[in-house]
Design a protein around this ligand. Sequence first.
Ligand SMILES: Nc1ncnc2c1ncn2[C@@H]1O[C@H](COP(=O)(O)OP(=O)(O)OP(=O)(O)O)[C@@H](O)[C@H]1O
Ligand SMILES: [Mg+2]
Length: 272
Amino acid sequence: MSSGQADEPPVVELDNAEIVYDRTFLAVQGVSMSADRGDIVALLGPNGAGKSTILKMISGIGRSERGEVTRGSVYYEGDEVTNAKTNEMVDRNVTHILEGRRVFEDLTVEENLRCGLYRGGRRIRYSKSDYDIAFEYFPKLEELLDVEAGYCSGGEQQMLVIARALIHRPNLLLLDEPSLGLAPKLVVDIYETLREINREEDITMIIADQNAKETLEVADYGYVLENGQVELHDPADVLMDREEIKEFYLGTSSEESRYSEIQHYKIRKRWK
Ligand SMILES: Nc1ncnc2c1ncn2[C@@H]1O[C@H](COP(=O)(O)OP(=O)(O)OP(=O)(O)O)[C@@H](O)[C@H]1O
Ligand SMILES: [Mg+2]
């Protein structure tokens, strides 16, 4: 399952974490999960399952939305970071790509990439030329440097936000719905590139996505959430073969498919 060393702690670990918004809304209950060094971990599940909430509490961004880990713990590289602030996690080389391809639309591609050169307000230095890592994986961006990001296609914008994150040289990259709204061919391309980046640059990744097939194809391990709880978890290849996943996410069940007749709320029942 893991490419990490047996004696090193996971890059991220949630131990029985409960996450509450506004001190009242229980979004995640008793979730335990981990990402080992060098792995891609898939976080799957329907709308509202708690995928983004988990990513936001790992990066600390959830705190600005009045989210709080009220029980259990979060660890990063073996250190407890429960309810840590975003700037602390940025300093620890955690980069979070939020849902929705958030580019600065009025700035050029080059200006957007330049934002990746700053961490906590300080410019960071590399041995390689600054944008090399971005162009290595997304050569198209080099042709678009002077184009305003708002004029770029959805796929180009997705490349841009991933490239900008790469310039940060993250140790852990959190990606929220990178495939949302992209054409199927582009989804495959983006996922293949993410896998390449993961292997070549040794960046651990957690990818939250509803697109189970493409995500599991590149992931090492997967968790399926529902209603803020982990319903299933397994190595990605095992998970992909499970009947529940095939039937409800991949639509390739060997049993007679009743997908169209079954409402989402019944998934939980089937998984029991
Ligand atoms: N800032 C917030 N304040 C209050 N409740 C929130 C907030 N963000 C999310 N929630 C609630 O927490 C629950 C989990 O939401 P979350 O966004 O983590 O789900 P998700 O799995 O990412 O869903 P999606 O696939 O739609 O992105 C939902 O019930 C949602 O309404
Ligand atoms: Mg989400």
